[in-house]
Write a new protein. Structure first.
Length: 322
């Protein structure tokens, strides 16, 4: 009797792309041999996040020759967090591995990451042994993670790389997080399960430019803080209360001064100063509350998390709301 070999497990690479025309070919060239050497079947799910260069054209050409290359085209730019969500929703692997096409996290690390996952963990984060980045960027991200940890209490591994691998159970649980404001690192920590880390080597981005300028990083930081903590609300209350206390004390002091020194002049300058401070603080505090209200509003609409324009080598899957 002929014994059938057990079916091989499927590995899905999830790769968001946004204006990455310079990277696609080299990415495929370097990644394919690594994947072919694995004792696994594989697919690569590219998510085009609304690029207007040749990214899609190159990917479609590659996908026409190899059905294991899949492409989800989003209708417009959703941001990396949305693109990754769409990618995870379309991947059918037993194991999923996230990576960027700029090869900052090198493909040689894929087998090591898979080994580290084994059956011991549900998720393994790659962490950078050293980050090849400018001093300014490194300083900014150090501040970012510090503040984030302070505000949210999430202890996301320091120097977490983009490359990370997780199993189907983890992916399915992640897909049940339907929130609109998505900070994926935080959500991954919230999913929990068995997590590990593995130090991986880094390369500089070999072509193209980083799409994360200061403003986009700041936006992500605010999402992280407001979505994972109510500390700003609590600080707001404390600040407001202290200001009331200071105001009352000042008022008492002024009355006493007036009684003791009958000729003292209370100029309008002090009044203006007090009003200015008071109004300023109020507007600021309303802004903080407004952040939460805005986010609640976005959540309450319950819109689909992404919008797909076209799929190549891929069928629509259950739970895919694009
Ligand atoms: N990206 C995306 N949508 C965006 C911005 C970026 O899908 O709106 C992708 C981009 O193509 C890349 C990854 O996110 O694959 C990380 O971007 P990048 O390498 O520019 O950022 P960095 O590595 O400098 O943080
Ligand atoms: Mg990069």
């Amino acid at each position: 009797m002929e014994l059938e070999a057990p079916p091989r497990r499927l590995l899905s690479l999830v790769v968001p792309v946004y204006f990455e025309e310079e990277c696609i070919e080299r990415f495929l060239e370097e990644t394919r041999p690594v994947l072919d050497a694995l004792p696994l079947d594989w697919e690569i799910v590219f998510i085009d996040d609304g690029s207007a260069d040749r990214t899609v054209e190159l990917l479609l050409a590659a996908a026409a020759l190899d059905p294991r290359l899949k492409l989800v085209e989003l209708s417009y730019n959703h941001g990396k967090q949305g693109a990754l969500t769409a990618g995870i929703a379309h991947a059918s692997g037993d194991l999923l591995l996230m990576m960027d096409p700029d090869l900052q996290d090198p493909p040689e690390e894929i087998p090591r990451l898979l080994d580290a996952l084994g059956d011991r963990y549900d998720l393994v984060f790659g962490v950078r042994s050293e980050k090849r980045d400018s001093l300014k960027n490194r300083a900014l991200s150090a501040v970012f993670w510090r503040v984030l940890e302070g505000f949210t209490g999430l202890s996301i591994p320091r120097g977490v790389a983009v490359m990370r691998v997780f199993n189907r159970a983890f992916a399915d649980r992640f897909l049940r997080y339907r929130e609109q404001n998505r900070f994926i690192e935080g959500m991954f920590m919230h999913v929990g399960m068995r997590r590990g880390t593995l130090e991986i080597a880094q390369r500089p981005r070999f072509a193209g430019r980083s799409k994360f300028n200061f403003a986009r990083k700041l936006e992500l930081a605010l999402t992280a803080i407001f979505d994972f903590s109510d500390l700003p609300l609590r600080l707001t209350m404390r600040l407001g209360l202290s200001m009331v206390a200071v105001g009352v004390l000042a008022f008492v002091a002024i009355v006493i001064a007036r009684v003791l020194v009958s000729t003292m002049q209370m100029g309008w300058a002090s009044v203006m100063a007090a009003m200015c401070t008071g109004f300023g603080a109020q507007i600021f505090l309303m802004g903080v509350v407004g952040q939460y209200v805005g986010r609640l509003y976005r959540e309450s609409k319950g819109r689909p998390l992404f919008s797909v324009r076209a799929r190549t080598n891929l069928a629509r899957r259950a739970g895919d709301d694009g």
